[in-house]
Write a protein that binds this ligand. Structure first.
Ligand SMILES: [Zn+2]
Length: 150
């Protein structure tokens, strides 16, 4: 499948938690979070696969129906309002840089972390890391979710 995404992400996380390791079969995942309406499927279809999330609710992984590549995820906190797009599926994966490396406490022991990107043993408080305009986009989705959307 192919998709188009518009604008800058709200935040980009490189997550080394145990679930991301298991679900990707790799050291970690790199997700860019966008409002769902910024992402348009332009070709093909996705299948949905529900797996556990760290917070206990359902984490839905959407995969290319043809090749099975994981394209994006919906997490309990934002529901369908916001999607975590796998950065490695972009035409230019190097265009996005993580804002944070998270869950380093559970990283594979031989992994080293990049210079110049904040690292967190678990996670971080968005208000302490994100520029105001990105935080506002996130809080808009959080409020909509609280109001029962998504
Ligand atoms: Zn994770």
């Amino acid at each position: 499948m192919r998709y188009r995404v518009e604008g800058d992400p709200i935040f980009v996380n490189n997550c080394h938690c145990a679930l991301c390791q298991r679900q990707t079969g790799s050291t970690s995942v790199v997700n860019a979070f966008y409002e769902n309406e910024r992402i348009t499927v332009t070709q093909g279809e996705m299948t949905e696969h529900v797996v556990p999330s760290g917070s206990g609710g359902p984490h839905t992984i959407c995969r290319c129906a043809q090749c099975g590549t994981a394209i994006l995820s919906y997490y309990p906190r934002l529901g369908r309002l916001g999607a975590g797009l796998r950065v490695g599926t972009l035409d230019d994966p190097g265009a996005l840089r993580p804002d944070a490396v998270i869950f380093t406490a559970s990283a594979m022991p031989w992994v080293s972390f990049p210079e110049g990107i904040p690292t967190f043993e678990q996670t971080y408080v968005p208000a302490e890391l994100l520029p105001p305009e990105r935080l506002e986009r996130l809080m808009t989705m959080v409020e909509r979710r609280k109001a029962g959307e998504g």
